[in-house]
Write a protein that binds this ligand. Structure first.
Ligand code: CP
Ligand code: NVA
Length: 317
């Protein structure tokens, strides 16, 4: 038997909740996501948020390689009760020129949420603009917000509230660094970046964080900027989108080795989003040393991604 349609007019669709950049989300919401990530880590999440995505599907689009992002989203979605479709650029019609707006509208008919790892942020924004389901930024050339959510969860796992702390970045002022800057006014920590000339973070991102009340210091001397730091962070000298072949001379003074680490507080943590190029941006001694929390940081991608997806799906206020 065919059930007649309701005579009620359809309710106006709510715009989807995208997670595109930390700067776009209010501080209280970000705090709830971090707290939920900690609950997922400790197995104390509310019953209603343990497997709330049964019957839902996440599509992941990759235009760049990934290990942590791919696995954390896939396992996270499975733990939340949902399923995943993985689309690599070259294996889909996107690789043959189907436009992002067209792909976005089509995928929105099949899946309930999307994550994209891409190059230009314009691609991410175009996907979101044409989607009728939430879109998550899984890294662009400019930002990596999911990584920094996991990093903040990691800092708080080890050192308690990040508000009022000093976070120091040394090396290329890249996508991960820029998401850290965006997080500074939201979580109330001081952000310091030591970068060689020409590899500083974008001025508009720094200016916005400062306008929102954060202390953001950008300089070139890591030994000076690390003094008093509660956390030292670095990343690869060459990101996936970078075409320069040799930055090692410029970046060698920014390498996190035992000597540089000693400039920070003795209690300072060491973080790296991974993958690391061992003995380039960080020495084995630091990476495998007692201050390093890189494996917890990787694990927290899983817990943070779950919290972000649950928020995007409207299940967290
Ligand atoms: N940190 C991070 O995003 O790792 P992958 O490139 O392996 O996803
Ligand atoms: N800055 C790095 C991060 C990798 C997770 C890149 O973009 O390649």
């Amino acid at each position: 038997m065919i059930t007649p349609m309701s005579s009620q007019p359809a309710a106006a669709a709510m715009p989807p909740r995208h997670f595109l950049d930390i700067a776009d989300v209010d501080a209280a919401t970000l705090r709830r996501m971090i707290d939920l990530a900690a609950q997922y880590r400790t197995g104390t999440a509310p019953e209603a948020l343990r497997r709330p995505l049964a019957g839902k599907t996440l599509a992941m689009i990759f235009e760049k390689p990934s290990t942590r992002t791919r696995v954390s989203f896939q396992v996270g979605m499975q733990q939340l009760g949902g399923e995943v479709v993985v689309l690599s650029h070259q294996d889909t019609q996107l690789g043959r020129g189907e436009t992002i707006p067209d792909a976005s509208r089509v995928l929105s008919r099949f899946v309930d949420i999307m994550m994209i790892r891409t190059f230009a942020p314009e691609t991410l924004h175009e996907l979101a603009d044409y989607a009728s389901v939430p879109v998550i930024n899984g890294l662009t050339d400019e930002t990596h917000p999911c990584q920094v959510m996991a990093d903040i969860a990691t800092f708080e796992q080890h050192r308690g509230p990040i508000a009022g702390k000093v976070i120091a970045w040394t090396g290329d002022g890249n996508n991960v660094a820029q998401s850290w800057i965006e997080a500074a006014p939201k979580f109330g920590f001081e952000m310091r970046l030591a970068c060689p000339e020409g590899l500083e973070p974008r001025e508009d991102i720094v200016a916005r964080a400062r306008a929102e009340g954060a202390t953001v210091i950008v300089g070139s001397d890591p030994r000076e900027l690390l003094v008093g730091a509660d956390c030292v962070i670095t990343d690869t000298w060459l990101s996936m989108h970078d075409t320069d072949t040799d930055r090692s001379n410029a970046l060698l003074p920014y390498q996190v080795n035992a000597d540089l680490m000693a400039c920070a507080k003795p209690s300072a943590l060491f973080m790296h989003c991974l993958p690391a190029h061992r003995n380039e941006e960080v020495t084995d001694e630091v990476m495998d040393g007692p201050q390093s929390v890189v494996w917890d940081e990787a694990e927290n991608r899983l817990h943070a991604q779950k919290a972000v997806m649950v928020w995007c799906m409207g299940l967290l206020s």
